[in-house]
Design a protein around this ligand. Structure first.
Ligand code: MN
Length: 286
């Protein structure tokens, strides 16, 4: 049977699989948009997921010069290379490999995100997490942690779990403290043949993005390989086996189920609120 609707346990199954769409953003940065495109417009509360990965400076040097945000949070996680950010409230810093920046844009910030290098590999992710309607206009806030502040759970099989937010079944807790949406965000690295299991709230929307390797997911042993994002559906547990040495992001959160109105760097609940954001920006109210 390959189309079982009801299973006897609550192991999540692999649903939609996508490799995203290549695109250009900022001042001409080449990236792959995995969430927030025509194929997968969002995975509530996740509005966007970009992966940027290139050793060619012309793909990233232009960076993301000064631009605004309102109404959501941006999560930047680096695997290779360095990004410098700077904003109109005087915050500035550099995100380096395995470091994370969790920025709550709230009612508004204007910032730049520029590569802090002129050659070599730049690789990382930016995830956009929506804010609930009642917190969209909260004060902007940053949480930034270098690699050595990010909890790493060492597994007996030699694998490891880097916990940015949320909590593993063994109790390792992410360093980021979230007050609004409270996603689980972890990077899991496994040796060949390793099993991995993690409980997830039944109502969550959950995805895995394969950084490298190949895994088999759920009771049906469906395969997910490098550069694929897979949505994991129906269940309270993620169960998988590594077909070979593998590394992936596991990201999960409860959906907001609220209306979404997008306008470029602004994500609000209504069109009028998006127009207000443009007006506020023009009037220097950010
Ligand atoms: Mn930005």
């Amino acid at each position: 049977m390959s189309n079982i609707q009801q299973t006897t346990n609550s192991t999540r199954a692999l649903g939609l699989v996508t490799t995203g769409q290549p695109c250009s953003d900022g001042a001409g940065v080449q990236l792959t948009r995995l969430i927030g495109n025509n194929e997968l417009s969002m995975l509530d509360p996740f509005l966007m997921l970009d992966v940027f990965q290139s050793s060619k400076p012309q793909d990233y040097l232009a960076g993301f010069p000064s631009h605004p945000h309102r109404g959501f949070e941006t999560v930047t996680y680096m695997l290779a290379g360095h990004m410098r950010h700077k904003d109109n409230a005087g915050n500035e810093g550099v995100i380096s490999p395995y470091g994370v920046q969790w920025m709550t844009a709230g009612r508004g910030i204007v910032h730049s995100e520029m590569p802090e290098q002129e050659s070599g590999l730049l690789k990382g992710f930016q995830l956009w997490v929506n804010l609930p309607k009642k917190h969209k206009m909260t004060d902007p806030h940053y949480q930034e942690f270098p690699a050595d502040k990010v909890a790493v759970e060492k597994r007996a099989d030699g694998g490891e779990i880097r916990v940015i937010s949320g909590r593993t079944d063994n109790g390792t807790t992410g360093v980021v403290v979230n007050h609004y949406v409270k996603p689980t965000y972890m990077q899991v690295t496994l040796p060949e043949n390793a099993h991995f299991s993690q409980s997830i709230a039944e109502e969550d929307n959950t995805f895995i993005y394969m950084i490298s390797g190949s895994i088999q997911i759920g009771d049906e042993n469906k395969t997910l390989v490098e550069n694929q994002l897979g949505i994991l559906i129906n269940g309270s547990n993620v169960d998988l086996v590594a077909n070979k040495a593998s590394s992936f992001l596991l990201v999960s959160a409860k959906p907001l189920n609220e209306p979404v109105a997008r306008g470029g760097p602004f994500v609000m609940n209504t069109r009028a609120e998006v127009m207000q954001a443009y007006s506020d920006l023009q009037n220097n109210l950010f």
